[in-house]
Design a protein around this ligand. Structure first.
Ligand code: UGA
Length: 429
């Protein structure tokens, strides 16, 4: 099928590339001409495991191309996917101006029947607004259907999540686009849920809020574990083996971050408020998340007593493993807080240092994870990159002024670290 994707960010680029991989003819559209030129020249604006190879392969085979012209994308496609940002407003609501702008552009470029699919994360009932907008701005009164098709990709695993999804959600207002949507996703061989458009939109916010709730639940339990000398990982394993609970998303941490959970939680609270419901449960999820970072910072300041002029090594700047994304990264937040206390920072991340440099200044960026420890009064693990487990701990202990390690991701065995001579503080253990 001929498909265009409007918006070539994390979601749009992965979606377009994977659709091409599934055998569709795809045009990725972005209004940023520099980005389009970069992609046309074989460059990548983001790091996502496996993506670059797939882009290269599908561009070479002619199934994937890039343009800055929405008109071209719309004219040459049967289905048009909207994958533009929906950033937060100051009051926690959602800025839908990019979605609205794209809907208008689609409307003015349509000359034959189109399926307009919303992939951006949007408040429930946005589909109705998109349909109204297209109707209003489409002078030639062409027929179209609006579909909601939320994405559930995790950054860092987006390609495999796309090609092997747990489920595909398709929200419609009529049966007309259903077969085409099933054909688009057919090669994935995943269960397809066809539902009404409002439910589809709600599924997205409900899923992300539930996952965030799961993390805040385990983080709250981590406080109880610390107070009672229990071990949060044992508790997570014990409750996670109950199939009704499940083990994923029960890793205690210094809090969740990223461009999705914090924003989607605030948005869902706001949407609920506008619908007349005070979603106090989700407000508590946010509070626990903030508290978790506060507690982690306090652990560091309590142990070091005076942070001013201490050198602290930070391992990890991305908001999680396998990505170069630093948006709402707990690691960056932590660095800012430590700087505020007067700490000198040395930092390393396998992929995110370039992006971090733009928002985190006054830090000594180190190109080797083992060298971060040199001369440090303490070392902090802020992101769960698997390679940090291979840190040369013997070397770190020798090279540090004091062998103190604060592990915000529970990567190491506490008893083993103490045997190695570290003062080791982790989460909920
Ligand atoms: C999340 C959802 O998992 C995706 O399903 C969704 O499509 C995406 O948001 C989105 O809305 O676009 P993502 O933000 O890429 O994906 O990352 P996650 O893997 O969900 O992690 C989010 C945060 O929670 C990270 O900071 C991570 O370190 C933290 N986390 C995750 C924990 O602290 N503990 C866990 O057990 C799991």
């Amino acid at each position: 099928m001929k498909i265009s994707i409007i918006g070539t960010g994390y979601v749009g680029l992965v979606t377009g590339t994977c659709f091409a991989e599934l055998g569709h003819q795809v045009i990725c559209v972005d209004c940023d001409e520099n980005k389009v030129r970069m992609l046309q020249a074989g460059g990548m604006p983001i790091y996502e495991p496996g993506l670059e190879e797939l882009v290269r392969k599908n561009v070479a085979s002619g199934g994937l191309r890039f343009t800055a012209s929405t008109k071209e994308g719309v004219e040459q496609s049967q289905a048009i996917f909207i994958a533009v940002p929906t950033p937060p407003l100051e009051d926690g609501g959602v800025d839908l101006s990019f979605v609205e702008g794209v809907a208008r552009e689609i409307a003015t470029s349509m000359t034959t029947y189109k399926i307009v699919v919303d992939k951006s994360t949007v408040p429930v009932r946005t589909g109705e607004k998109v349909a109204e907008t297209i109707k209003r701005y489409c002078k030639s009164k062409v027929e179209f259907d609006v579909v909601s098709n939320p994405e559930f990709l995790r950054e860092g695993f987006a390609v495999s999540d796309f090609l092997h999804p747990d489920r595909v959600v398709i929200g419609v207002t009529s049966q007309r686009p259903v077969q085409a949507m099933k054909d688009i996703y057919g090669p994935c061989e995943a269960p397809i849920i066809v539902t009404d458009i409002n439910s589809a939109e709600l599924i997205k916010h409900a899923a992300n809020s539930f996952l965030a709730l799961k993390i805040s639940y385990i983080n709250a339990l981590s406080v109880i574990c610390e107070q009672s000398k229990a071990n949060i990982q044992e508790v997570a394993n014990g409750i996670g083996m109950d199939a009704r609970i499940g083990r994923p998303f029960l890793d205690a941490s210094l809090g969740f971050g990223g461009s999705c959970f914090p924003k989607d939680l605030s948005a869902f609270i706001k949407i609920s408020e506008q619908l007349g419901y005070d979603f106090a449960l989700l407000k508590e999820v946010q509070k626990i998340n903030t508290h978790q970072m506060d507690r982690f910072v306090k652990k560091i300041t309590d142990t070091l007593w005076v942070v001013k002029d201490k050198t602290i090594g930070v391992l990890g700047l991305a908001f999680k493993q396998n990505t170069d994304d630093i948006r709402m990264s707990p690691a960056i937040d932590l660095c800012h807080r430590l700087q505020k206390e007067g700490a000198r920072l040395r930092a390393y991340d396998p992929k995110a240092m370039e992006k971090a440099r733009a928002v985190l200044t006054g830090v000594e960026y180190v190109n080797d994870m083992n060298e971060v420890a040199d001369g440090c009064d303490a070392l902090v693990i802020a992101t769960e990159w698997p390679e940090f487990k291979k840190l040369d701990l013997e070397r770190a202990r020798r090279k540090m002024t004091h062998p103190i390690l604060f592990d915000g991701r529970n990567l190491f065995d506490a008893a083993g670290m103490e045997r190695l001579g570290f003062i080791y503080k982790s989460i909920g253990r």
